[in-house]
Unconditional design. Sequence first.
Length: 317
Amino acid sequence: MQGEQQAATGKLTLSILIDCCTPGAIWLSALAPAVLGVFFAMETGVSLQVPLVAVVLLIPVLFNASINLINDYYDYIQGNDTNENIFGETDAPLAYNKIENPKPVLWAGFLCLLAGGLLGLYVISQAGFKPLIIGAIGAISVLTYSGWKNSVSYLPIGELVAGFVMGGLIPLGVYTSLTGQIDWSLLYKSIPMMLIVSQFMLVNNTCDMERDSAVGRRTLSIVVGRKNIHKVAAIFTFVWIISMLHISIVWYTIGSPIIILMIFLFRRKFAKIYTGQRTKETKIEDVWNMVQVATMVGILYPISILIHILVMKLLMS
C-alpha cells in the first residue's frame, strides 16, 4: 500500500466490511434490475416458483457486492483511495478508517462471487443451461472489473460495460431463469436500468478525475475531458428519457402516465445531471441529485410495467 495506508493501524470490522459492499447502491444496480426481470417473466404468464424467484433476486445482489468489495480493496492497496482525496467514509471505507489488513475484504468479494455461482447451480437445475450463458458473462465481468491496469474499471468503456451487465444482463438473466427462454429484445426494454448504473459511474468518475488520473486510470471522463463530459452526460440523459417514454408508451401504455409524470416532476433534476459541476468539492451534491433521480427511475419504471401487466391480466380474465 502507498502513502497514508503505509501507516494504517485501523482494524477491519463487520460494519466497515458491509460499507464496502455499498448496500445503498446495490438495490439500484442489482436488486431493481432483478425485480424488473421478474416482471418481464410475469408478462409471459409463466407460473413463478417462490424459491426460484428468491434465488434469482439474491444472485445479482451477491455478484454486485462482490464487485464493490473487490474494487474497494484494489482501490485502497493501489493508492487510488487515500485520506487526502476522499470526501468521507462512504466514499472509501478502507482509506477513511486506515485499515491495516484489508485482505479479508478481497476474500469476502470472492466468497460472494462463489456463493452466487453455487446458487446459479440451483437455477440451472430448475431452468436448464440457458441462464448459464448470461451468468458466465456476469462472472467474467466481476473478475475483470478491477485488479490490474487494464481492468474494465481503468478503461473508458467501464461505465457502459457496468451499465450493460448490471442494468441489462441482470433482467435478462432473471427472465431466462424463470421462463427458460432468452429474449434478447428485453435488453432494449432494460436501457433505463442500464443508464442508472452508467450515469452513477459517470458522475462519480468525473468527480474523481484527478485521483483516478494519478493512478493511471483512463475512464471515459478522463479521455473525454471535464469540458466535454457534460455533453456525454446530456446524451445519456436524453437517451434515458426517450427510451423510458418510448418503451412505456409502446409496450406498457397503461403504466405510461407514471413515467410521463415522473419525468415532468423531475425535469430539473434530470437537467442537473449534465449541468452540475462534477468536481471533488461538489461530489456530495452531484451524487445526491443522481441518487434522487435514479431512485425514482429504479422504483417507478418497474412499477409502471407491473401496473400495465396486472391491469391487462385483469381485463383479459
